[in-house]
Design a protein around this ligand. Structure first.
Ligand code: CO
Length: 220
């Protein structure tokens, strides 16, 4: 390459990729070949799209070990065909044993949902989190420190989304079939890289409110 020749702004990424591929194959020559024909992850990760929360790295899992869905502020909406398709495939085809909803402290989406500043189209998406805020406003509003208030809503949002996962026909049908499936809620700390387990794991219909429970005795 001569001086001044145009270098793609993404050249560094492609070079990183080449080095990564070589390193992986040096460590385990059959690594990629084994992944070509199948994946059998035991976990579905539903996390925030935030660039500081890379799912696989946080939990030390390799390609093939974690099925991942990410969106702004890890929201699970029953009419979101994207999220529902990921969930259905993960549960019914891959038969993951655990679903992890992982939010993170200092989430910009959660902070925006707590405020009144308009950001455009995304405000409609974040409205789901504002609903969580509204439900818990009596507990949240007395928290004087803004960062602490946002962080608490980050936790409450994860809990709400854990239950939203459980309310889906997908998860309830899996339980009705006797499939082993637990939905967990975690929050990741940007400041120390550590995950906090919110201990809201749900693994059977008896743990969700009666109103949301489907009568699956006659099948669907
Ligand atoms: Co976020």
């Amino acid at each position: 390459m001569c001086d001044g020749e145009h270098r793609s702004p993404l050249a560094g990424l492609l070079e990183n990729n080449r080095v990564w591929s070589e390193t992986m194959q040096a460590e385990e020559p059959e690594f990629f070949r084994k992944l070509v024909d199948q994946q059998s992850p035991e976990y579905l990760w539903i996390g925030c799209a935030d660039s500081r929360v890379p799912a696989n790295e946080i939990v030390g899992l390799l390609p093939g070990e974690l099925f991942v869905h990410r969106n702004v502020a890890n929201v699970v909406v029953h009419t979101d065909t994207n999220c529902m398709s990921v969930l259905q495939y993960a549960v019914e085809v891959l038969k993951v044993k655990h679903i992890i909803v992982c939010g993170h402290y200092g989430c910009g989406g959660v902070r925006a949902a707590m405020g009144a500043t308009p950001y455009g189209m995304i405000d409609n998406w974040l409205r789901h989190i504002k609903d969580v805020y509204f439900r818990h406003r009596e507990a949240l509003d007395p928290i004087g420190d803004e960062r602490a208030r946002v962080d608490r809503l980050c936790e409450l949002n994860v809990v709400a989304q854990v239950y939203n996962v459980c309310y889906t026909t997908i998860v309830q049908n899996a339980w009705a079939r006797g499939q082993e499936l637990t939905v967990n809620g975690w929050v990741y700390g940007l400041q120390d890289g550590l995950v906090k387990d919110l201990k809201v794991s749900v693994s059977r219909p008896g743990q969700i409110p009666q109103v949301y429970r489907m009568d699956t005795t006659n099948g669907v």
